[in-house]
Design a protein. Structure first.
Lengths: 238, 295
């Protein structure tokens, strides 16, 4: 069955072995390719992991969208008031109280946002831990084939960054979209009143936060996966 | 890692201290490495004195023991195994389950650390190796085959076979060509782009065999390679391994309790209760099989 010439080629492959290659490598390109495979092939699992980030970032973006929209409307109203009144609008009697209330409302909102982000970070860690556990055998196999601990970490971190970024984008769009809908119903021309550069900046920050959060949350599971001795990893039954 | 320049041909070698011979012109690099002063002591530790003379044995174990701790209880899985495995040999390790053959397999393959004793691969003491060197050894020197195939489920047959080559730093084109060639060799030339779940058990094990060959290993370790296969497919895998052994001279060490394995083995090591019970040579074994057949 073995074709002699083929066998000869394989066993005595005249590759440039000794030249460069007394080393073990996994290039970022290859790692990215493998991680991409893992995400697309296990889409269900990936989407559950990503859902945490989607929700967290959607909430964050919706809060920021509301903020920018509200400021836009307020500024527009103040401007039109000036145009109509033709004079500096004097501070209304209750303005100071309203301002204090506004501040405490903002503080509450910040608290809520931070909590929701923390919850989603815990969710991602949990989800990543599960996905690592599911793949113990695979990790053990990779180590048998010569993977260093850092390769395993690299694969999981790339995966989580990709998930974090995609999840953040989806989340930002959802959060922004829903909040815009709410404000359009309240004030038809709100889009024209908003400060769009500021809005875009906020969305950029949201993407950054989502990605970094996802990355940080994946570190403990990835480390755990990498530290498994191959024999133990191979024995696990899941 | 140190850069060593070969005095004979000027070839520059990156070495961790394991490689003592120039891959280009086969000159002995040890004196240069001593001059460079890098890992000198390491070399002395790692390469035992008689490395040149006893290279007949590709694997040697000395008083190898492993004790697992189950809570408070200590369970000895191996109780001091001395085993010399010759280069190019087809060796079967037989024994009932729980006899310690998988533990021995793990020690020899560098997948687990022994509690006591040493294991040498090509006269390199495995216990002395750091994580990087162990990975290097697993990648280049040893090919693994498992009972449960252990292919990466998200990758195609070709990608599974090329994975060790990625780690070995082979270029992409070369990798694909070699991967396809090896798969063709094991009879899966038409199944390069199938995922493991699209292949039968026997075909999956063939992919695993192909993967074990990826980096031209000196040793193939097979842990119950036929355990999950039916009789006929198991026979085919055994034949394939035997052919590889004969064609390429790769040493095959196989833990098994499949009697079909006996037929092709040069030697059979019987393990019982964590110790070597007896070692049989092929000639004796043939008789055993014959008498089995008559019953």
């Amino acid at each position: 069955m073995i074709k002699a010439d083929l066998a000869k080629k394989i066993y005595h492959a005249d590759t440039d072995w000794g030249q460069v290659q007394r080393q073990i490598t996994l290039s970022w390109g290859q790692a990215a390719r493998i991680s991409y495979r893992n995400v697309t092939m296990r889409l269900g699992r990936a989407m559950i992991t990503g859902a945490g980030i989607v929700l967290g970032i959607a909430f964050l973006t919706s809060v920021w969208t509301a903020k920018v929209a509200q400021e836009g409307i307020t500024a527009y109203q103040a401007q039109s008031a000036r145009v109509i009144g033709g004079e500096e609008a004097a501070l209304a009697p209750g303005a100071e109280e309203a301002e204090a209330e506004e501040r405490s409302r903002a503080a509450r909102q910040t608290w809520l946002v931070v909590m929701s982000l923390l919850v989603s970070a815990v969710g991602i860690t949990n989800s990543m831990l599960m996905s690592v556990t599911e793949r113990f055998r695979e990790i053990g196999t990779m180590k048998c084939l010569g993977a260093l601990d850092e390769f395993i970490v690299r694969l999981f971190l790339i995966e989580s960054v990709v998930l974090g970024l995609l999840g953040s984008i989806v989340g930002a769009l959802i959060g922004h979209g829903i909040m815009m809908l709410v404000y359009v119903m309240k004030e038809r021309g709100v889009a024209a009143m908003m400060n769009w550069p500021e809005m875009l900046m906020y969305m950029g920050i949201a993407l950054l936060i989502g990605t970094i959060l996802s990355l940080v949350a994946a570190v403990p599971p990835a480390m755990r996966a990498a530290k498994m001795p191959p024999a133990a990893a191979l024995q696990t039954e899941v | 890692m140190a850069r060593i320049e070969c005095p004979e041909c000027g070839h520059v070698e990156e070495t961790t201290g394991l490689v003592t011979v120039c891959p280009n012109c086969k000159a002995d690099l040890r004196s240069v490495m001593e001059q460079v002063g890098h890992r000198r002591e390491r070399l002395r530790e790692v390469v035992s004195d008689d490395s040149v003379t006893t290279h007949e044995f590709i694997v040697r174990t000395k008083d190898l023991a492993k004790i697992y701790k189950m809570g408070e209880v200590e369970v000895p899985a191996l109780k001091g195994v001395d085993l010399n495995i010759r280069r190019g040999e087809y060796l079967s390790i037989m024994g009932p389950s729980g006899s310690g053959k998988s533990t021995l397999f793990n020690m020899v393959g560098g997948l687990d650390k022994p509690t006591r004793g040493t294991c040498y691969i090509e006269e390199v003491d495995m216990a002395q190796l750091d994580a990087f060197e162990l990975a290097w050894l697993r990648c280049r020197k040893i090919g693994y085959i498992f009972q449960t195939f252990n292919l990466i489920p998200v990758m195609t047959a070709l990608e599974n076979v090329t994975l060790p080559m990625i780690f070995a730093g082979m270029s992409s084109d070369e990798m694909m060509e070699r991967g396809a060639m090896i798969l063709d060799l094991v009879g899966l030339g038409q199944r390069l782009h199938h995922k493991p779940y699209e292949l039968s058990g026997g075909q999956q094990q063939r992919v695993a065999v192909a993967r074990s060959l990826a980096n031209n290993p000196a040793i193939i370790l097979a842990d119950e390679p036929t355990g999950n296969l039916d009789l006929q497919t198991g026979k085919e895998i055994i034949d394939l391994l035997k052919e590889l052994n004969e064609e390429s001279g790769v040493t095959i060490i196989s833990a098994t309790h499949d009697l079909k394995m006996i037929d092709v083995s040069d030697r059979v090591v019987h393990i019982r209760d964590g110790q070597v019970e007896r070692v049989e040579n092929r000639a004796d074994i043939d008789l055993d099989v014959g008498s089995l057949g008559q019953e």
